[in-house]
Design a protein around this ligand. Structure first.
Ligand SMILES: *Cc1c(COP(=O)(O)O)cnc(C)c1O
Length: 401
């Protein structure tokens, strides 16, 4: 998965372009920068790669979610539906704009179940955030039909699925916007960084202004408008060094995905040795970015036993059912409504006396799936010794199923 596996001369060259001008900043410095606009060029190329009109670079994938939610007008009093299997960042961003995350079940895609999504929609639902977890799509086409019927905006959290495709379209290009992360473990990395892509010119303008204190960048790309401010903003600006990294990594993205697909197929051949094994539903195998291999055993007991053997033989898989960063019943700080705000905001709203309470047992369908699911991360570079170690461990584990 991580793009840092393939750092090389290309990244150094892009970085040196920036250091040679001395302009580390994405806006202004028109003369000194000698025409070099790394962040802007990265935005243009990443948006074009995703097949959409606009890209807005920001400081992280979490910032991308917050900027998108803010630009869509989500705030206090609103609910945002997302899935119970995701990284904490998805709901942190929802809380940070003052809205309340509502969690829905995942199905065997390991992503948002459209049937449960529809049940969770209320008059307060202002946005839906399906997450394309672990490199493969949520049922985004079905989700869009439901969202459109209810007139609710969709933000695709595509942090883990840059480059993946569903039926000829890049993930991140189905909803009102798609958000990406380029942090340490993502398929392409800029160190820290994120992006929002959209076809909606007005939404892009709002994100652009909000992410830079309200400055208008549409009238003077590369600089700032300075002719007045439409609304209050914040600072989520990406820096030129990150834009430079992004350009080098984007050029390698398709190659990384091709390598991962090959490695995933080899690992899958080894996993096939487990009696009764099944796999996560992948809606478009040819479009899979192949960052992870998720497989299911017949029951939770067998799953735990298999992973014990895998762990003892140097090839342990990730068991997300007990993972404290990616799965709802394990998020004890969320369940307890812990916040630094003295009045408990946003779980408690001092004005309305509202208090949000989460029940860790409220999503049994997801529990039944994740209790049986093990996951291997797929590396860009899979060495023969490592594959042999995984294969040997799986052969031993086959005996306990
Ligand atoms: C990594 C990740 C994020 C957040 O990205 P950062 O760049 O680390 O802020 C958001 N959502 C998902 C699903 C992620 O995996």
């Amino acid at each position: 998965m991580p793009g840092f596996e393939v750092f090389g001369e290309e990244e150094k060259k892009e970085i040196m372009d920036v250091l040679d001008t001395g302009v580390l900043f994405r806006y202004e410095f028109g003369e000194q920068r000698k025409g070099i606009y790394k962040v802007r060029t990265f935005e243009e190329k990443f948006a074009a790669y995703c097949g959409v009109g606009h890209g807005q670079a920001v400081t992280s994938g979490t910032a991308a979610l917050k900027v998108a939610l803010t630009a869509l007008g989500v705030g206090v009093g609103d609910e945002v539906i997302t899935q119970c299997f995701t990284f904490v960042a998805t709901w942190e961003a929802i809380l940070d704009v003052g809205a309340i995350p509502v969690f829905a079940e995942v199905d065997e895609t390991l992503n948002l179940d459209p049937v449960d999504l529809e049940k969770k929609i209320t008059a307060k639902t202002k946005a839906i955030i399906p997450v394309h977890m672990m490199g493969a799509p949520a049922r985004i086409e079905e989700i869009m039909v439901i969202a459109d019927r209810h007139n609710i905006s969709v933000i695709e959290d595509t942090a883990q699925a840059a480059g993946a495709i569903l039926n000829g379209k890049r993930l991140g290009s189905f909803g009102a916007c798609g958000t990406f992360s380029f942090d340490a473990v993502k398929t392409m990395t800029t160190g820290e960084g994120g992006m929002v892509v959209t076809n909606d010119e007005n939404l892009w303008r709002q994100m652009s202004e909000y992410h830079d204190h309200g400055h208008d960048h549409a009238v003077n790309p590369g600089g700032r408008g300075g002719e007045g401010r439409s609304f209050v903003g914040f600072n989520f600006r990406m820096m030129e060094l990150q834009g430079a990294m992004g350009l080098a990594q984007l050029a390698k993205l398709d190659g990384m995905i091709a390598a991962q697909r090959k490695n995933k197929a080899a690992m899958k051949e080894a996993v096939d040795k487990l009696p009764g094994v099944t796999y996560r539903t992948i809606l478009d195998e040819a479009g899979d970015s192949a960052t992870f291999l998720a497989f299911m055993l017949p029951d939770a007991d067998k799953t735990r036993k298999v992973n014990e053997v895998l762990n003892a033989n140097g090839a342990g898989a990730v068991y997300f059912a007990v993972n404290t960063w990616h799965y709802y019943p394990e998020w004890e700080h969320l369940l307890a409504g812990k916040t630094l705000a003295h009045n408990g905001w946003p779980f408690k709203d001092p004005a309305s006396k509202r208090k949000v309470v989460y029940d860790p047992k409220s999503l049994p369908q997801s529990a039944a799936i994740l209790d049986r699911t093990l996951v291997y991360q797929v590396p860009v570079k899979l060495f023969a010794e490592r594959l042999a170690q995984i294969t040997a461990a799986l052969e031993k584990a086959a005996a306990v199923v």
